[in-house]
Write a protein that binds this ligand. Sequence first.
Ligand code: SF4
Length: 409
Amino acid sequence: MTTETIRASETPAEGKSSLALYLHIPFCTSKCGYCDFNSYEGLDHVVPDYTPALIHEMELWAPAAKNYRVDTIFFGGGTPSLTSIDDMRILADALREQYDISPDVEWTLEANPTELTREHLEGLRGIGVNRLSMGVQSMHPDELELLEREHTPERVAQAVADARAAGFDNLNLDLIFGLIGHSMERWQSTLEQVIAFQPEHLSCYALTVEPGTALYYRVQKGQLEEPDPDLAAEQYDWTRERLAAAGYQQYEISNWAKPGRACRHNLVYWRAEPYLGMGAGAHSFFIGRRMANVDSPTRYVEAVNQSYEERQASGTGRAELRQVAGGEVPDEVTLRADAMILGLRLLDGVRTEDFRARFGVSVDDAFGPALQRHESLGLIERTADRVRLTERGLLLANEVFVDLLPDPD
Ligand code: SF4
């Protein structure tokens, strides 16, 4: 695929469509034991070349995005808060120069409490970041140690206070329940302490032991027990009740927000709308294609720079997008399944008329037998205008989703 192909045929002809931008910063000071994200420790030597490579990738994609308005920007990782304010300012300037950024853009940055200083937070606000997503995970030191997180509960409290003082009025805190050796009381204690910070948004995920992680090997060797799924289910049920009582609306399986504070960027993913990812390992669903960049930060920098130089040298504005490691144009059956599975993650579920308008078939024509089966099992329910997960279905969502996947060829 070349930049020329994209420019010539695939941008909307008239008007501006909405676009979400994701920028991946893959560096961390140390790798947490449970983490299977595309993140790396010990790559300090790549950092100086990474910001210029991101700017080159922005320039390569900019012609394809010229008829889009960017409504959300999300710097994820990795640990984006490790990026210096000088580099953040360079990236922000390049984004504003190359893309049409909406005046009311939601601009999120993922952060670790460890390195968040008041000065850094004020710098982020100054360049336009207006939402902070902080990885808290637990408010107990021994649990943070189990997860190999570097921060302390005291550091979390200080980072939240500093973020407020710096002017952040849209704060998400990430938490993990269902920890190994956990108890209901300890989870309740973490959640109560975090509610007291009054964040606008909370993401609560059950611990999963992912193959390839340090935690996985410790469990495999018998050094640690498996997490208890029954305890995680009880904690999840209690979390739903407690957060509702505290004024949070659950809008997705793992996400709660004060009214009007749902994450606009993540809603783009769950509504299967277009997003453009840049950076090592970033994924996109853009111009009708699904794409993934190469995972390795070193390889990413080399590939983007090569594409950029080829484009400059050609004098035609044309270049291979060498950082894109894989891509496909999903067929209609795959697009329907994506829209259904992602949409069912939302508590509102899928509006049947919207589905028909988008795909030209009803949800029953597309998924009839699977929907009937899971309705009879009590995992999904139908209302006059939508299909959605039941309370029980929220806990067992993967059983529904697996049944909605297209048959393999
Ligand atoms: S800080 Fe986040 S991205 Fe980095 S290793 Fe830990 S969990 Fe993974």
